[in-house]
Write a protein of this length. Structure first.
Length: 185
């Protein structure tokens, strides 16, 4: 596994982040308990969570309000460090100890790509931007998610994923991924 899907997810989500206007920060999102502000903080903070997971370090950037400043620049900084962490010697082959258990580095980079991309979709949906994001990447992430996500990971919050939703006929690959991960499309 390479960092290419993560890098593509970062590019896609960065484009959506760049389109967020300050007056949209209090808008609702497909993530029931988050407004756009919290979603931006999760997207940016997520990059640092992934770095900490790769490095085996405790999460140190909790509670930071990235939405109060230049969140695109903060995302750029965090995502560059995140990609570099995954590109470290032997990271993909080693087993990482994460807050929720152990996982191979190659699987964790897939989770990072899916999380980054899907929350970019959430942000696009919440801010009225197009959701037809990176069709080939969305199809690849959907195939991986279908293999990796069992019913045990689904349910109401705080479960990582809601129940799978039905995507409408003709839905884009990104919309199908969002529906599979529990979003109403």
């Amino acid at each position: 596994m390479s960092t290419a899907p993560l890098e593509q997810a970062i590019t896609s989500t960065r484009s959506v982040l760049s389109g967020v206007k300050p007056d949209q920060l209090d808008a609702s999102t497909p993530c029931a308990s988050w407004k756009v502000r919290e979603l931006v903080n999760h997207i940016v903070g997520g990059q640092y969570f992934f770095i900490a997971g790769v490095e085996g370090a405790p999460q140190t950037r909790t509670g930071e309000d990235f939405s109060a400043g230049d969140f695109v620049a903060a995302f750029d900084e965090g995502s560059a460090k995140c990609v570099a962490a995954f590109q470290g010697d032997g990271v993909m082959a080693k087993t990482l100890t994460l807050p929720f258990g152990q996982m191979p580095g190659a699987a964790f980079v897939g989770l990072a790509a899916t999380d980054t991309f899907t929350h970019g979709w959430d942000l696009a949906k919440a801010t009225g931007q197009p959701t037809d994001l990176s069709p080939e990447l969305a199809a690849q992430l959907l195939a991986g998610a279908k293999q990796a996500i069992s019913p045990a990971f689904r349910g109401p919050e705080p479960a990582p994923f809601g129940p799978e939703q039905q995507a409408p006929a003709g839905a884009t690959n990104a919309d199908q991924l969002a529906a599979f991960l529990g979003r109403t499309v």
